[in-house]
Each structure stands twice: as C-alpha cells, then as structure tokens.
Design a protein around this ligand. Structure first.
Ligand code: HEC
Length: 211
C-alpha cells in the first residue's frame, strides 16, 4: 500500500515539473487561449458550466463528454421520410453540478446547461441483433437556464448551436426563441423533455419510483 502511494506521488511530481517545459515549447509568454475565451463572464457563483464572451455567445464546454449522460433519443432518418428534423441519435448531457442539485431539489437550478450532441446511425446490424447503432458526431446544441440573463426567454431558457462536427465552434450562437424554445415550452418539465430520460426520472428528488 505504502509503496504504491509513493509511486503515485512520484508520477504527480513528474507531471508538475514537466508541465512548464511543455508549455514553453508551445510558446512561452504568448497566450494559447482562443480570443473568444478572452473575457468570459458569469452571472453568479453557481454558473460554472455556462460562460459567455462579450457578444453573449455561450463558450463551448470542452469536457461535455465527461458530464452526466442522461440518454440518447433516436429519430432515424429511415423512420422520418429520409430526413429527420434532428438526425439521428441525440446524446444528452447535463453539467454535473446541476445534476447534483436536481437530485437534491427536484428542480433545474439557475445555470443548468443541457447539451444535445447529434450522432448519425452508423449501422443497423451487429452480433447482438438488428437495430440502430451510433456512427459519427454530427453537431452540438445547448440549452441554458438563467432567468436573470435570459429574462425575456420563456422559462429563462436560452438555446445555442455550436455548428457541425468535427470542428465545433468555440462559441455557440444564440437561437431565436421560435426556433427552439417555443417547441420546448410543451416539454414535460421546465422546458426539458424529462420523460424520455430514465436517468433524470430516477434522480429526481422525492421520486417514488424504484431507484
Ligand atoms: C419541434 C419541437 C422541437 C424543436 C423545434 C426543438 N426541439 Fe429540442 N427537443 C425536442 C424533443 C421532443 C426533445 C427530446 C426528444 C428528442 O431528443 O428527440 C428535445 C431535446 C433537446 C435537448 C435535450 C434536453 C431535452 O429537453 O430533452 C436539447 C439541449 C435541445 N432539444 C435543444 C434544442 C435546440 C438548440 C433547438 C433549436 C435549434 C431545439 N432543441 C429545437 C423538441 C424540439
């Protein structure tokens, strides 16, 4: 046990001592941050997942595939006249802090960020049987709840798009209310279609279903 933890410590020290060297090789004294990230602003201490540039565009989280994955609705093209409105798999993630809060309170807190990454159907048959299997990333979209910043949006939810894979934009453009929000107004709970995500249903505070 003891020697194992010493080994871990040694690895950590190595990383710390080489990090400045690597940083210098890629340009000492120069900023490696993209300009869009120059002046992120937030509207409260709890708003860690949502940050914006000076134009009010949402900074794209760079670690969203490490967030809480709540589900993957699928609207395959071949069941939607060859062209689904939102092709095809919809991989949905919520920022971990908001998920924890949702579990505690049963509500989406101010600052909640929910991302939807669209993924193509890559194949329809595998050793397990026939079905729909994920192919390639297509695009990335977001919805953010902030009743102060988005006071004019129904429910305080604003919607953003980060463009197409494989090179998503570093910032997401704000969508018109009628493009996204209006349809989400018919959602199950606070503009989110929670009924389609068993992970959210089970997590919700005071849920009487078997966990
Ligand atoms: C015609 C109705 C409709 C429109 C318009 C629409 N959505 Fe959705 N959206 C849904 C439905 C239904 C779901 C859940 C099932 C699914 O993904 O197919 C969803 C899911 C989502 C989710 C995951 C959270 C949730 O509520 O389930 C995000 C994020 C999202 N949409 C963003 C957007 C963005 C951004 C736009 C505008 C570009 C948009 N939506 C436009 C109906 C819509």
């Amino acid at each position: 046990m003891f020697s194992k933890s010493r080994h871990r410590l040694g690895t950590l020290v190595l990383v710390i001592t080489t990090a400045p060297l690597i940083a210098c090789l890629s340009g000492c004294g120069t900023s490696i941050e993209p300009s869009a990230h120059a002046a992120p602003t937030t509207t409260g201490a709890s708003m860690k997942a949502a940050a914006y540039n000076n134009e009010g565009e949402l900074l794209r989280p760079t670690d969203h595939r490490e967030w809480v994955f709540v589900g993957a609705p699928v609207t395959p093209n071949d069941m939607n006249d060859g062209k689904a409105a939102f092709p095809e798999f919809h991989n949905v993630y919520i920022d971990p802090a908001s998920f924890a809060s949702y579990k505690r309170t049963g509500e989406f807190p101010q600052g909640t960020v929910i991302l939807k990454e669209l993924v193509s159907v890559g194949g329809k048959s595998m050793a397990s049987g026939n079905g729909y299997f994920q192919g390639e990333f297509i695009s990335l979209e977001a919805m953010v709840k902030d009743e102060e910043r988005f006071a004019n949006e129904p429910g305080g939810w604003a919607f953003f798009r980060f463009g197409e894979a494989p090179h998503y934009e570093p910032t997401g453009k704000r969508m018109e209310t009628t493009s996204c929000n209006t349809c989400h107004a018919g959602a199950d709970e606070d503009y989110v279609f929670t009924d389609t995500y068993p992970v959210l249903r089970a997590a919700k505070a005071n849920n009487e279903q078997v966990q």
